[in-house]
Ligand binder design. Structure first.
Ligand SMILES: Nc1nc2c(ncn2[C@@H]2O[C@H](COP(=O)(O)OP(=O)(O)OP(=O)(O)O)[C@@H](O)[C@H]2O)c(=O)[nH]1
Ligand SMILES: [Mg+2]
Length: 506
């Protein structure tokens, strides 16, 4: 323990020194990017110095199975730290997310808590968007693993936890939805030991196994370190969770004195600013006006993509973007200035000539062919009809969404590979709303050959059903080559059974 502690205190003292020497001549201003009460509250509590002191930073991802309450939890954390939440599940800002009630893309925001700046990343829980989790785990040191105390850990809990452990994150367990009548203290203990087993099976280190447990109702807006269903009025808030994050998650190990380097993890396009590149600064300090360049590694080495200047530096604070003048290693920031780099590329000071390693994503499992609409009704719905336009749109998607691959196919059509039907369905719906008309083939499973063996994607299926229908469901699934892995009563629900099976995606 002494090692990291010492390192941390050394880091924060050096960083404070370099902060004053580097920044004395700069106006320490923090301007608001968008107006509104949320932004005002955010900028009022923002001390720009916090961005340059890694000892005060905590980078944390919120991960869980689908619908276990990540986005609701983010709402309460934002509200507790002074942000104005315009509506429920404010982090689900994409219109399709709001319509469907699911998170599709990972999003980062920062909150100030006591002396600290917490960069929190909300992630999607649905398996089809697993790539969104994979690309953010490398940006953070800690993870809040949210588990619905009624349902316990499910298939996607295992997937996201495996990713978090692989990247060496320090997780903490939050048993959510404790307000539900079916959730008792015994049930929580049961879920806790199931999660502990999961950690052990996934090869967690001793340090990772020593995770704190909190009990929460994100919906009612409280978290507690001891089991309760109704905390006293003065404890009906998220303070205990925020304090635990600050205590348990290490601050980033950051080298402020090195040259500036950042791996781009997210990319958005803004009408006025062009590309907004978001990522974690891995070393050095960046200021508005600095000369930078974009790099990527290819087969023949490092390729320089573009050179330019930092035009704007930004940080998401609550629900609004604020402008900052400088940012240091360990922080998660957004910048505008370069027009070509994309996700997985490195943005760095012009003296740096090496690219940062990129995250490896799991391979796609299904593919669909997108082509021109050649039916007799073509041209009635959309305005973008040609193969060229469809191709450009798909290539742009593949650039911002690493979990999608696009390959040209025969006669103006494109093979689009992804993780699941929902993921590709969202892409099709987005394209339809943008005025595209296209024809799509039914999804096909992607096979791969390893050691001379043909392998197919297998999925974990969880089904909850009334006891009397178990036989029928089992029969239907056996025709699809499913194998039962686990079967038992649903806790707190008399007469219902939960089946866990493995089944080929095809
Ligand atoms: N009773 C109860 N319901 C909750 C609680 N937290 C969240 N919910 C409900 O659970 C549902 C899912 O919540 P979300 O916050 O969207 O879940 P999520 O984990 O972000 O879902 P995805 O991002 O799609 O994976 C919503 O209907 C919430 O109102 C809680 O503490 N108690
Ligand atoms: Mg969500």
């Amino acid at each position: 323990m002494a090692g990291p502690m010492l390192l941390r205190s050394l880091l924060s003292s050096t960083s404070r020194k370099s902060l004053s020497s580097h920044l004395a001549p700069l106006p320490r201003l923090c301007r608001r990017f968008s107006s509104g009460p949320a932004a005002a509250a955010a900028s009022a509590s923002t001390d720009p110095g916090a961005y340059l002191d890694p000892g005060r930073l905590r980078n944390v991802a919120v991960i869980a199975h689908v619908d276990h309450g990540k986005t609701t939890l983010m709402d309460r954390l934002l509200r507790q730290c002074g942000a104005d939440i315009p509506h429920e599940r404010a982090m689900d800002s994409i219109s399709l997310e709001r319509e469907r009630g699911i998170t599709i893309a990972s999003k980062v925001t920062s909150i100030s808590w006591k002396e600290n700046e917490l960069n929190m990343v909300d992630t999607p829980g649905h398996a089809d968007f697993g790539g969104e989790v994979e690309r953010v785990v490398g940006m953070v040191e800690g993870a809040v693993l949210v588990v619905d105390a009624g349902e316990g850990p499910l298939a996607q809990t295992k997937f996201v936890l495996a990713k978090a452990l692989k990247y060496g994150l320090r997780p903490l367990l939050l048993l959510n939805k404790v307000d539900r009548p079916s959730v008792s203290e015994e049930r929580c203990n049961e879920v806790e030991s199931l999660v502990f087993d999961l950690f052990a099976n996934l090869g967690a280190t001793e340090e990772q196994l020593d995770f704190p447990v909190l009990y929460a109702s994100a919906k009612e807006g409280w978290a507690s370190s001891t089991f309760t269903k109704d905390p006293p009025a003065d404890a009906k808030n998220m303070s205990q969770l925020l304090d635990t994050i600050v205590r348990h998650v290490p601050s980033p190990k950051a080298n402020l004195d090195g040259p500036f380097q950042m791996l781009v993890s997210m990319m958005e396009k803004d009408f006025y600013l062009g590309r907004i590149l978001t990522g974690r600064v891995s070393s050095g300090i960046v200021r508005v006006g600095d000369k930078i360049h974009g790099l990527r590694s290819n087969e023949s080495g490092i390729e320089k993509i573009e050179e330019g200047k930092v035009v704007k530096l930004m940080k998401k604070k609550g629900t609004s973007m604020i402008l900052i003048d400088s940012a240091g290693a360990g922080d998660i920031i957004s910048m505008a200035g370069l027009g070509s780099p994309s996700i997985g590329h490195t943005v760095a000071n012009t003296e740096v000539l090496t690219a940062l390693p990129t995250v490896e994503l799991d391979p796609p499992t299904i593919s669909m062919t997108f082509g021109v609409n050649d039916s007799p009704l073509a041209g009635r719905d959309g305005t973008h009809l040609t193969g060229g336009k469809i191709g450009d749109r798909l290539m742009a998607e593949a650039e911002t969404n690493l979990a999608i691959n696009v390959l040209p196919s025969i006669a103006d059509s494109f093979e689009v590979q992804g993780r699941g039907e929902l993921q590709l369905g969202i892409l099709i719906e987005n394209m339809r709303r943008e005025g595209f008309e296209l024809s799509v083939s039914p999804p096909k499973v992607m096979y791969k050959v390893e050691n001379g063996q043909r392998l197919e994607p297998i999925e974990e299926v969880t089904i909850e059903v009334n006891d009397e229908h178990v036989g029928l469901v089992m029969e239907a699934l056996s025709h699809r080559r499913a194998e039962v892995a686990d079967m038992g009563p649903v806790p707190g629900n008399v007469g219902r059974t939960r089946l866990s099976l493995t089944c080929p995606s095809s």
